[in-house]
Design a binder for this molecule. Sequence first.
Ligand SMILES: Nc1ncnc2c1ncn2[C@@H]1O[C@H](COP(=O)(O)OP(=O)(O)OP(=O)(O)O)[C@@H](O)[C@H]1O
Ligand SMILES: [Mg+2]
Length: 322
Amino acid sequence: MIVFATSDKGGTGRSVTSCNLGYRLSRRGRSIAYVDFDFGSPTAGAIFELGGFERGVPPDRAASGASIGKGLHSYLLGEISVPTRINVRDNTSRDDVRRLRGRGGQLVLFPGDESGGELRSGNDPEVIDRCARLLLSVEREFDICLVDLSGGRSTAMEMALNATATDALQSRTVRWLIFQRWTHQHILATCGLVHGAHGLLDRGQRAGHSREKLLESVRFVRTAIPRLDRSCGGPAPQAVWLHQQDRMLNALAGASRVGASSLLGTVPVEPILQWREQLILDVDVQKEIAEAGTVAAYDRLADALLDERIWRPLPGVLRPRS
Ligand SMILES: Nc1ncnc2c1ncn2[C@@H]1O[C@H](COP(=O)(O)OP(=O)(O)OP(=O)(O)O)[C@@H](O)[C@H]1O
Ligand SMILES: [Mg+2]
């Protein structure tokens, strides 16, 4: 299965949530490849705490025994034939993750290049071909290939749509997770990214996808949602206001075709993540540093990603407007 993670706006929690999702899935025994196509901002190395690779593969990094060469930018541009891969459990400086070595499925990062920058075009046939070959081989080797795409109507998204429209990948299971914060602007932006001109469906159709099928492979993830139950402990007018806003946002999301019927899951505000981008581990909850609700939310997301019932077409609800 190939899972693309994208968003219209930046700072939606796409990378942090995807890394945590990948980690939870790997703990369940699934082998996970995390492919960092967030070309402008490859941050997965920092979230997984891979010393030296916080911003992708540094330009001066000499090849070493850990198969460290160049990253995904160099691969897609044809400068290398095999991109660098880093086994997260073996190389992370997070002791509690290292201790899990040998337990669960493998978790492997394919990092971008530190100085890579955005791709110039998502329509270059050679880049598309390299991308398709990489996705196909990673999808064959791993249970789940999680791809973090640059935000917005990016060249990365265009390349991904073109690659998955090729014959080799058309038969594979491909899912799209669209990340957003739970605010007025984010809802409108998400609607634009999926349904708007030059958005996912538009570009997907131009790449050769069926608009309807593509939409069936899209689900939304809302991150950093304030806890309404807690706010009820605060001043009463504040609680009333927050509940009112939540209802209004739900109505707006429904009207914008990014509502509850196509929601994969939500992640509550996690205090740790407001300070630091990282994996949230069970041990963080046991130490009472992290909220139990955060880990539970990542687990529910992992369940939902694997639950075929959730990915069945929703008659009438998700149909694109003609
Ligand atoms: N559940 C959460 N609660 C609180 N903060 C969160 C949560 N999830 C993510 N964050 C924080 O939000 C910020 C943005 O997250 P992240 O970098 O994952 O977003 P992104 O969409 O990948 O951004 P970019 O567009 O820059 O790649 C980070 O500081 C992260 O720690
Ligand atoms: Mg990111």
